[in-house]
Ligand binder design. Sequence first.
Ligand code: ISE
Length: 330
Amino acid sequence: MTVRVGVIGVGVMGADHVRTLHAVVSGATVTVITDFDASRAATIAEEVGARTVATAAELIAAPDVDAVIIASHDSAHAEQVSLCLDHRKPVLCEKPLAPSVDECASLVTREEHLALANPLISVGFMRRFHAPYQELATAIRSGSVGTPLLIRASHRNVTAYPGGNSTDTVTNSAIHEIDITRWLLRSEIVEVSWHAPKSTSMDTSRRDPQILMLRTADDVLTVVDVFVNARYGYDVRCEVVGETGAVSLAPSHALTVDASLRSTATYPEDWRPLFADSYRRQLQAWVDALTEGTRSPLASARDGLRAIEVAEALIVSMNNVGAVTPVKNS
Ligand code: ISE
């Protein structure tokens, strides 16, 4: 069986998913594409031999679409995922599942009411498929650094995507750090606080950088700096400090040039080169589960809800001069 996939939104990430599905993933074919920019949709559709439709609703209802990928603007996710539930179509929604707790909670409730053996919603927290994060998790579980006490993480982009604000930094970028912290530690984040030094002059629309403190139920503290206009390169760091040692991700730079008495590291411009293999493995795992009729091994709708609950607590802290804020579970 070949899974016929419809892709909603072919900006940076959606286009990447289309190409990965088309060229690298086995067992799937992209049949239908839609985007608010019709010519962008037409160009990539032609590249992979798909057809285009005008709206997300049309795509989700299409008879030649078995499963849907949502890579549209974050604000459109809830409505589009909801339509997938109406049509009982499996959906891989890019993170965040939706930018508010209310929207995510309502999707979780609706999906749970369907009581399906294989839930329909998967969320694109692709770092769970990144081999270095998986090795980090294995190192923690094997006890090689003792009981984890502290995580120090960084999330740095070259430039922020246009039109966002301080809140979007949390719901769109820092959401990865939130998910990976609970995934690495297997413990829920129960309390947070938000802080910021003076902002970069490069972006007047948001506080940037931001420092986030995430405390898990087992009392491990994660400290993350998220700097979405860091300019120098795309850089993700993570060090887990335990009672007897520390374990870190290897540096994000792919290339080091040694010449003229210098060693120069070259960073990627965005996340795609660093996480290309994670996206591929995530898509393949999703398609395989659909083909085999098994449960999706990707992050679930409830994982999406948990992450946005933490994000909302961070936003409360942001609006209350960094007050320590409990995370409410709905
Ligand atoms: C983007 O959507 C991602 O998923 C990237 O991993 C992240 O670094 C970036 O900040 C987001 O906008």
